[in-house]
Ligand binder design. Structure first.
Ligand code: F6P
Length: 344
């Protein structure tokens, strides 16, 4: 077979590990050729690609980012873009295209299959962990570890000064990183998009904690967290070139409101893209390797328009039409029954 592969959307620790697994499995196990398209769909539309070989992927397992480059955006942004994708893939004799991406890229991939018959295998990727149909996305656990390490460090400086640290993590629509890092880091409160918060409740949790003689509180907030209507100001977000709000900054507003209500000194830490950079942890390296091998197996089994996914201990194939247009929200039993037990 000739297998095409691209990495789309925001980058994520483990992309190179998936590429390596695809290449090793495709070439060594099946005698395939693997073509890597550069800069996501741009590389397909502009016929910019490289042949991926076992040698060219040597040493990339622990490396962050993606050797193929990635972009947001879609062929559907261009007149005849989807048709051009089909023409290029046909011209290059690509039998199956592996799309490593999050909700945006997988939605594009599924449309390309449904409307133009392109043979797609998806691999779910995002540190936000919000792709439906899989128990977990690669990159998520690495991001949680990075955020937890930061919180651990913030604890000691916050304790020294009796301060409140408001720690903002990624999570546009869902609070997976905030919930997991908040539990792992012993947060006083965790604020997530799924659960609009009342700033008075957060202030009371901070006061309760300090009234017990404990110094330092860590409030973990997902960038997409939303206050209950009318309770406090929210930032005005500029739009990115794709019309999405460029999030970041809710922590600044929260810190100001907490200071006004509690009188405790507050500081803000936005972990930002540090969560997306650098080496994947061991869990993600193993997961990426399993997903990459499974994607090649799926292509050889003739699986179409599906995503390789984690279900319990297994890697399975899930039809993309069961996945796209949906968001996998934080299991509120983890938030309500576990995280909140430790608030305040
Ligand atoms: O990868 C998903 C995500 O991390 C979101 O949580 C965040 O809002 C977004 O990417 C920011 O990405 P960029 O700065 O690349 O537009």
């Amino acid at each position: 077979m000739r297998i095409g592969v691209l990495t789309g959307g925001g980058d994520c620790p483990g992309l190179n590990a998936v590429l390596r697994a695809i290449v090793r499995s495709a070439i060594n196990e099946h005698g395939d050729t693997v073509v890597g398209f550069l800069d996501a769909w741009d590389g397909v539309l502009e016929k910019r690609s490289i042949e991926l070989t076992v040698q060219s992927l040597a040493g990339v397992l622990p490396r962050g980012g993606t050797i193929l480059g990635t972009r947001r955006g879609s062929p559907y942004d261009f007149v005849n873009g989807p048709q051009q994708v089909r023409e290029v893939l046909t011209e290059m004799s690509i039998d199956a295209l592996v799309v490593i991406g999050g909700n945006g890229s997988l939605t594009v991939a599924s449309r390309l299959h449904d409307e133009l018959g392109i043979n797609i295998i998806g691999v779910p990727k995002t540190i936000d962990n919000d792709v439906e149909g899989t128990d977990v996305c690669f990159g998520f656990h690495t991001a949680v570890q990075i955020a937890t390490d930061a919180i651990d460090r913030l604890h000691t400086t916050a304790e020294s000064h009796d301060r409140v640290m408001v720690v903002e993590v990624m999570g546009r629509d869902t609070g997976w990183i905030a919930t997991y890092a908040g539990i792992a880091g012993g947060a006083t409160a965790v604020l997530i998009p799924e659960h609009p918060f009342d700033i008075d409740d957060v202030a009371n949790a901070v006061k309760r904690k300090h009234s017990r003689g404990r110094y330092a509180s860590i409030v973990v907030v997902a960038e997409g967290a939303i206050p209950k209507a009318g309770t406090m100001p929210t930032p005005q977000y500029a739009l990115d070139p794709f019309g999405r709000p460029r999030l970041g900054g809710i922590s600044v507003e929260i810190a100001r409101e907490l200071f006004e209500r509690t009188g405790f000194e507050t500081r803000v830490v936005q972990i930002g893209h540090v969560q997306r950079g650098g080496t994947p942890n061991a869990f993600d390296r193993v997961l990426c390797t399993r997903l990459g091998v499974a994607a090649v197996t799926a292509a050889h089994d003739g699986v179409q328009n599906s995503m390789v996914a984690v279900r319990g201990e297994d890697i399975v194939c899930v039809p993309l039409n069961q996945v796209v247009g949906k968001t996998r929200y934080v299991d509120l039993s983890i938030y309500d029954n576990v995280a909140t037990v430790f608030f305040g």
